[in-house]
Design a protein around this ligand. Sequence first.
Ligand SMILES: Nc1ncnc2c1ncn2[C@@H]1O[C@H](COP(=O)(O)OP(=O)(O)OP(=O)(O)O)[C@@H](O)[C@H]1O
Ligand SMILES: [Mg+2]
Length: 205
Amino acid sequence: MITGREKEQKKLKDLYESGKAEFVAVYGRRRVGKTYLIDEVFNSEITFRHAGLSPISIDTENASKKNHMKEQLRHFHHSLMMQGMEENTPPESWLDAFYMLERFLMEKDDKKRRLLIFLDEIQWMDTPKSGFMTGLEAFWNSWACCRHNVMLVVCGSSTSWIMTEVFMAGLHVRSNFSRLICMNVNSSLFRRDCHYPVMTLHKHI
Ligand SMILES: Nc1ncnc2c1ncn2[C@@H]1O[C@H](COP(=O)(O)OP(=O)(O)OP(=O)(O)O)[C@@H](O)[C@H]1O
Ligand SMILES: [Mg+2]
């Protein structure tokens, strides 16, 4: 059972009920409770969830960067199939992969409930020259942002990745977000009455 984090839980629930497309980024150091928070708040509401493979999980000694991308794509494809997508050919690019995700979500859309997408460990999905950001941007700008029932939650332990790709150079600048929320988990802040670090709302646009 979740302890604390009342403010963050409420914020996430309010966004879920906003009736608008929402893009939420949760970032912070390892093991501070990012994934746990999302799971506890949304649990059965998640329509599609996926976690990027960390480089040490990729069992390719001397693997080229292209292989890393291939493994991430295969893993994403497996997640789609495990969660109900019919068997089909694996995507060759992130544009294809996000197109598959769009089709998957359209099939799941009953026009009543949120389509909630949770991409965890997102920094590992963005392998060098893989075109991941292009795919994600196309997904958000061309498909998701104009659908009032879509909520995209991305989570990562690499603050620099989120700040660089989402805020400074990437999505935040080029996209027409309805909203972007970043929550910063600062593990140097401890509340006296609990053992876990305090998560602070960092930015709300
Ligand atoms: N608010 C909380 N209440 C109770 N337990 C918690 C809370 N936050 C985290 N935990 C515990 O800490 C563990 C680690 O949390 P979690 O896996 O969510 O961290 P994380 O920030 O996602 O780490 P990583 O960056 O490695 O993915 C959880 O499995 C859970 O047992
Ligand atoms: Mg996690």
